[in-house]
Design a protein around this ligand. Structure first.
Ligand code: PHE
Length: 331
């Protein structure tokens, strides 16, 4: 029996063969098992000796099978490792990295500068009530200033916000002064020509406390512009009008376009308007329940596309939204 077993064991090629032999000898109906069962038919005096022999063979078979099993498993593992091994000399696939959109880059740069000056960051909805976008900002229904803002209307009293100024109202409604925050976000206007896009970005700013003056406004905005464009950039405040500020100003910076070949003054004029600003109109304070006798403040709103165009010498605003990879990957 031992001999036949060993012969059979030699022909084993894999774990499946091995399991077949195991069943054949040690299984429920296997040779050894039935030998042990048939011991009962042997005369009692022969049983101990025969039993001992069969058990010896059983143990021998078990040991041999175990040995063979670990050998086969080892070989299998070796084969597997070989087939799965990596060829580290193979050159890799190039996976290109994306870049931040220039608008997002400028937005986070602007935000950083104001955070350093102690401003917090607020957000408001892009689909806005007429009340917040116009009414509470002292722009009543028949006010000509509504024509200035070519508004996308959703319904009679719901609009796509035309500026980030409604966030001023929303924040003042829920907080008592002092407040000092900026509110970056998307705004929508339907004036259609090549220098305007129907959606663009603004950063609103508001600072309200006791004794805030126009000097604070100038100081904060100049500090911002100098950090954004460098100490040497010319800054100009021009008188202007907004229903929600009084007095109002528009802020220009000297428009200089630079590229590898050098810098030049912009075609249109030497100045580029990038911001509206002013002292918060007392009527606005009345809408939010602030006492205009006790508090004063300034507000500003800047166009991010304009700032990005200056910063990166981009001459066409439409480039930002065409998503041409060749354009985007330059930033
Ligand atoms: N909301 C104005 C605009 O969109 C900008 C502005 C903001 C002006 C705050 C004054 C104060 O043009």
């Amino acid at each position: 029996l031992k001999q036949t077993f060993l012969e059979e064991l030699k022909s084993v090629r894999n774990l499946a063969d091995l399991s077949n032999i195991k069943v054949k000898y040690l299984g429920k109906k296997g040779i050894i098992t039935s030998d042990l069962k048939s011991l009962s038919k042997v005369p009692p005096e022969e049983r101990p000796l025969l039993g001992k022999r069969i058990n010896e063979i059983k143990q021998f078979i078990e040991t041999e099978l175990d040995l063979q099993e670990s050998r086969l498993k080892h070989e299998e593992l070796k084969r597997q490792l070989l087939s799965e091994s990596l060829d580290i000399t193979l050159s890799g696939k190039f996976i290109p990295f994306g870049t931040l959109h220039p608008i997002n880059k400028v937005l986070s740069e602007v935000t950083e500068i104001f955070i350093k000056m102690g401003f917090s960051v607020e957000e408001g909805p892009e689909v806005e009530l007429d009340y917040y976008n116009f009414e509470a900002l002292n722009i009543p229904r028949d006010h000509p200033a509504r024509d200035m803002q070519d508004t996308f209307y959703i319904s009679d009293d719901i609009v796509l916000r035309t500026h980030t100024s409604p966030v001023q109202i929303r924040v003042m409604e829920k907080r008592k002064p002092p407040v000092r925050f900026i509110a970056p976000g998307k705004v929508y206007r339907c004036d259609a020509d090549i220098t305007h896009t129907p959606m663009f970005h603004q950063v609103e700013g508001l600072m309200v406390d006791k004794g805030i003056t126009f000097s604070n406004l100038k100081g904060v905005l100049e500090a911002f512009l100098h950090q954004m464009f460098g100490e040497n950039i010319p800054v100009r405040f021009r008188p202007s009008f907004f229903p929600f500020t009084e007095p109002s100003a528009e802020v220009d910076i000297g428009c200089i376009l630079c590229n590898g070949a050098g810098c030049r003054v912009c075609k249109t004029s030497g100045w580029l308007e990038i911001m509206g600003a002013g002292m918060v109109n007392p009527r606005v304070f009345e809408y939010v329940g602030y006492d205009p006798e006790e508090y004063s403040g300034f507000a500003f709103g800047m166009g991010i596309e304009r700032i990005a165009m200056l910063k990166y010498s981009i001459d066409d605003i439409r480039l930002f939204f065409e998503n041409d990879i060749r354009f985007l990957k330059q930033f």
